[in-house]
Design a protein around this ligand. Structure first.
Ligand code: HEC
Ligand code: HEC
Length: 284
């Protein structure tokens, strides 16, 4: 066991270096190759007590978004079993900062920070690695295979009614979402896409901003950057313009087309999510 462990760790370190230059492994690629590449898949099972604690923390702080089985959840968290970041993590050095500080994706997806004690953080990291290790050891489903568990349990008619009420102001089943189920044939991915308001390839409409100076002059454009001290935009003529901020001066008004999707995240019930997915699956 100890010998196996040492060999595993050494192979893991080499694999980590080799892995850094690699393009992300395609979904469903052979397990043996991933096992050579990723330290996560070579570790022995975690201490059962720490794993149990981590499972509890996961249930409270992660499951709604990343799912019961880590493969992605109703609230749009990505599949952690296929995450390059998770696969490359050795002991929380990569996962820890994501939990502490949150993370925003280029497409506007967002994970809020999850404050917790160091002990809980290490426990949840151990749990994630334990699940990953078991999935690859015990003839579990191959990494990358989508489980279709509990995705298509909704009522399509109820989903259509929900869509008419909450979504039709911005989307249409015969317009922008025509054929979406053909374009995204996996129900789970379709669900993640609509809940998040886009997949990896969705072109996000820009956030626009209006800045009103103390003089009353108003400048509008696409938002480039905004913090407590500075707002930077590109105006209609393509010029970058930047303005210092102090408190409420100048006045800054944002128009973020994705705001509706973020706000809706807070109000969906599980049944709404399943119903809407069942409906969208019919849009072939
Ligand atoms: C409110 C939903 C939400 C919660 C709660 C949440 N996450 Fe996330 N998580 C996300 C989203 C969305 C992303 C993707 C962000 C992005 O696009 O970079 C993400 C990304 C991640 C990533 C990075 C994956 C990668 O490949 O970049 C890790 C690791 C992660 N989450 C772990 C956790 C853990 C562990 C917990 C619980 C302690 C947790 N998350 C809680 C929504 C959530
Ligand atoms: C206030 C407007 C608004 C509302 C309401 C809204 N969305 Fe969106 N949605 C957007 C915007 C903006 C995008 C970004 C992509 C785009 O411009 O189409 C988007 C993206 C999407 C996408 C991804 C499209 C793609 O091609 O990748 C899906 C699917 C989607 N929304 C479904 C829904 C569903 C289902 C609802 C109702 C539960 C809903 N949306 C409510 C504005 C809205």
């Amino acid at each position: 066991m100890a010998q196996w462990l040492r060999a595993g760790v050494a192979a893991g370190a080499v694999a980590l270096l080799a892995g850094l230059g690699e393009a992300p492994a395609a979904a469903g690629q052979q397990n043996d190759r991933s096992q050579r590449l990723y330290p996560s898949l070579q570790r022995p099972p975690g201490d059962p007590e720490v794993v149990a604690r981590g499972e509890a923390v996961y249930g409270i702080s992660c499951r709604a978004c990343h799912g019961m089985d880590l493969r992605g959840g109703d609230l749009g968290g990505p599949n952690l079993l296929r995450s390059q970041l998770v696969l490359r993590d050795e002991a929380g050095e990569l996962i820890g900062p994501v939990i502490r500080d949150g993370q925003s994706g280029p497409g506007g997806s967002y994970m809020p920070p999850q404050p917790m004690s160091d002990e809980d953080l290490q426990a949840v990291v151990t749990y994630v690695h334990d699940v990953l290790g078991r999935a690859s050891r015990q003839g579990g489903p191959p990494l990358g295979d989508e489980l279709e568990l509990d995705i298509l349990v909704g009522d399509a008619a109820a989903g259509r009614a929900y869509f008419a009420e909450k979504c039709a102001a911005c989307h249409s089943p015969t317009g922008d979402l025509e054929g979406i189920a053909t374009r995204i044939p996996t129900p789970k991915e379709l669900q993640n896409t609509w809940v998040r308001g886009g997949g990896r390839n969705t072109v996000r409409p820009p956030v626009t901003v209006a800045v009103t100076l103390a003089s009353g002059e108003r400048i509008e454009g696409e938002l480039e950057r905004l913090n407590d001290f500075l707002v930077v935009l590109t105006d209609g003529a393509g010029r970058h313009r930047s303005f210092g901020r102090e408190g409420d001066t100048p006045r800054v008004e944002l128009d973020d087309p994705m705001a509706a999707h973020r706000e809706m995240l807070q109000v969906y019930r599980d049944a709404d999510i399943h119903d809407v997915t069942a409906y969208l699956v019919t849009l072939k």
